[in-house]
Design a protein around this ligand. Sequence first.
Ligand code: FES
Length: 242
Amino acid sequence: MSLTHKAATSLVRRTTQLPALRQSAAVVQRRHKADSNFDASTSHAVFESPFHRGQSGQQDTTVIPSFKKYRGGSEAGNKMFSYFMVGAFGGLTALGAKDTVASFLVNMSASADVLAQAKVEVDLATIPEGKNVIIKWRGKPVFIRHRTADEIQEAEATDWQKLRDPQPDSARVQKPEWLIMVGVCTHLGCVPIGESGDFGGWFCPCHGSHYDISGRARKGPAPLNLEIPAYDFPDETNLVIG
Ligand code: FES
């Protein structure tokens, strides 16, 4: 193909594309006219600052510009939507927090079997005078002694001020005939044996501690008297420990 033929072919192509090019240029011009920011005289987009111009012609940056035209919907509608979203999320958060606290309390509270062991009720009518009974309370032995009149007199007559853990008998009982104590030796935690020892009370065979008929430490390494648990007499014949 000769050079002249190539030039002629190119010219024919351009001539056939010319109407389409003119059409697209007209579309672009119409769009620019529709756009208020387009300046036809300079043929480029113009930025209008949202800040007002003062008398000097300088922009006043202390005035907050209005962004109304960028907002969708009315101002009241937008506020309602914001309030609704804040309220809804607040409500959901409060519900979640309530459920979390409730399940935490349920998990941490004592189970039914633990609550059942917290208090023990004893029928005192079944314990004859002069006898010991041992019950289990919170995993520990508790001694219940139905004391005789002689034992009460002996416990009260003791010169308690000279004992290693001075305590009068009246401070250890609510009713003189009923002595209730935790049956754990105050030396190293063995369980003393009742109705034995040098003082007619309890004897701990582990290291030889003797307790009297009021449960006070009288001899051996035990430093303290046997502990008195919390208890109550709801009526004449019943005892509640715990
Ligand atoms: S544990 Fe009772 S005397 Fe040591």
